[in-house]
Design a protein around this ligand. Structure first.
Ligand code: APR
Length: 230
């Protein structure tokens, strides 16, 4: 019985219509990362940053989970060992697909965070610059997402899970953003078998022992089926 740790990225939600960050048609293509995904960009132009995340939040509310999200939920439900699910995604498609315990290391579109006092609450559909924090009233509401230069959430729990992993899978992530791109090394050091499941080889593909390429809606259900029947 395995101690499975799964890391997912934008690629798992691509076939649901969420759009990935990098590559043709990617979300970053027409925008500079520094403008919409850094604390400095938010300080410079909060209206632009809110507009970017408002649009993504509205998009996320419209899309449905796909066969890959549902297969992972099935694995969590039916696998007799441990299955830890870590996602870099800020959408809620894992939850909508039936996953209960999802570690959102880059935060969630559904959340608002006060930059002044760290209070968290449910984000409205449209966040606006200067929106007051319900706890301290500072006009400092921001999306509860992790920007470049900020520390991802839940790192202690994640590193603990990786240190005990016997099987690590990275699904739909380009391997360009750390620390997530380094999780395969942590798992390898812990003695885990490592699998990359992606449309195409990622930037860190050579770190993996096994690779499976193709659309997530096909590769992930097939992988889960193998785990549940072997
Ligand atoms: N099935 C499987 N993989 C896919 C599919 C698909 N249908 N479509 C695209 N992919 C793969 C791409 O080949 C790519 O390797 O998904 C990956 C998406 O990469 P990115 O867009 O870079 O997304 P991700 O790795 O999640 O980005 C990491 O960067 O921008 C920040 O904080 C943001 O969480 C994000 C982080």
């Amino acid at each position: 019985m395995e101690n499975i740790v799964i890391l997912t990225g934008a690629g798992i939600s691509a076939e649901s219509g969420m759009g990935t960050f990098r590559g043709a048609g990617g979300l970053w293509e027409n925008r500079r990362v520094e403008d919409v995904a850094t604390p400095e960009g938010f300080a410079r132009d909060p209206a632009l940053v809110h507009a970017f995340y408002n649009a993504r939040r509205q998009r996320a509310a419209q899309v449905a989970p796909n066969a890959a999200h549902m297969a992972i939920a099935r694995l969590q439900r039916d696998y007799p060992g441990t299955v830890t699910l870590i996602t870099q995604n800020v959408d809620a498609l894992h939850e909508k697909g039936g996953s209960g315990d999802v570690i959102h290391m880059h935060g969630e579109l559904a959340g608002a965070l006060c930059a002044a006092c760290d209070h968290r609450w449910t984000a409205p559909d449209e966040m606006q610059p200067g929106h007051p924090c319900p706890a301290c009233a500072a006009p400092a509401a921001r999306p509860d997402v992790v920007w470049f230069g900020e520390m991802p959430y839940h790192m202690e729990r994640i590193l603990d899970a990786l240190s005990q992993a016997t099987l690590f899978a990275a699904i739909g992530t380009s391997g360009q953003v750390y620390p997530a791109a380094g999780f395969v090394q942590e798992a390898y050091t812990a003695g885990a078998h490592t699998v990359e499941i992606n449309l195409e080889p990622s930037a860190v593909v050579s770190d993996f022992a096994e690779t499976r390429f193709g659309p997530a809606t096909q590769t992930v259900p097939a992988w889960v089926e193998e785990l549940l029947t072997r």
